[in-house]
Design a binder for this molecule. Structure first.
Ligand SMILES: C[C@@H](O)[C@H](N)C(=O)O
Ligand SMILES: C[C@@H](O)[C@H](N)C(=O)O
Lengths: 167, 167
């Protein structure tokens, strides 16, 4: 089962923006991301968890160099009544660390081993997003190098050449 | 730019479980997912957004047929003091709809077009998770077929044969 994970990657210079308490109705995501697309800002992770009381939080990450442009784009949304009353937070001190693998979809233990490695290293996970072939977590930038190293060890990846670039 | 998205898929019978207000400290994710892995339950999406006041919400989806086993696994966590005080919610009436594309990473407009199609169809997005090649959303099962159809149209996918299977 070892070969389910074929690489681990890190994107060091990320920034996160969160819009907290936006209306959980059709059209809200469009409103936010059309402002971002209009400014040609590259979005990396987009995360929304299930909402409550008709409100939800949406976070996304951008290259750190695009944080101020992205903030300008969504701050204008804050003033428009559609998103009224939401709070905007951001953090420019984060990195994305991912494990990638083609056989992951049917291996329940991959997430467990990923979280085990990060927990043993006392690295706090700020955000999680997954697909069938990838688990990505957002961590404090100060933890990024160590997170990559412990994931390498957990999945015995030192044998693979292809895993230090930003995917 | 059309060819950035090469397919849209739907996983009809999903169920979502959320642990709300878990301690946002290293080890919490491990605690939850080691219980799941121990029962050999297949996890599909895992979503955690940034927390507040030292607490965070973690959601994950499983095949609807595995919901009761997954609930049993995490309910036992609820009784352990590590996760004390969190709330468990679930919904067995959800589906995952995704757009898949190899050129997506650098196309800011893909998320915008995805949300545009769903918004025009008045389909509410319950959860969002992304990777460089995929945007997945959780919707009410009643919206699943229409969501797949409007995404097909938005990206002119009817020309592609490969997109109705569950990825
Ligand atoms: C919160 C946001 O995702 C909203 N539910 C929408 O569909 O746009
Ligand atoms: C909430 C959970 O992800 C926690 N931050 C952890 O690292 O396990």
């Amino acid at each position: 089962k070892q070969q389910a994970v074929c690489g681990a990657t890190v994107t060091i210079d990320e920034a996160r923006i969160s819009l907290l308490g936006v209306p959980d109705v059709p059209g809200t995501s469009l409103h936010i991301f059309s402002l971002i697309a209009g400014r040609k800002i590259t979005v990396d992770m987009i995360v929304q968890n299930v909402g409550a009381d008709g409100r939800s939080d949406i976070s996304f990450t951008v290259p750190k160099s695009e944080l101020s442009a992205a903030l300008e784009a969504v701050e204008s949304a804050a003033k428009e009544k559609e998103l009224g009353g939401h709070e905007l937070t951001f953090d420019d001190n984060v990195s994305k660390v991912s494990v990638v693998g083609l056989g992951m979809a049917h291996q329940t233990g991959i997430a467990d081993r990923t979280f085990h490695a990060l927990s043993d290293a006392e690295i706090n996970i700020q955000m999680i997003t997954t697909s069938e072939i990838k688990i990505s977590v957002l961590v404090d930038r100060a933890d990024a190098e160590q997170a990559l190293r412990v994931l390498h060890n957990a999945f015995e990846l030192e044998k693979t050449p292809a895993d230090s670039a930003n995917l």
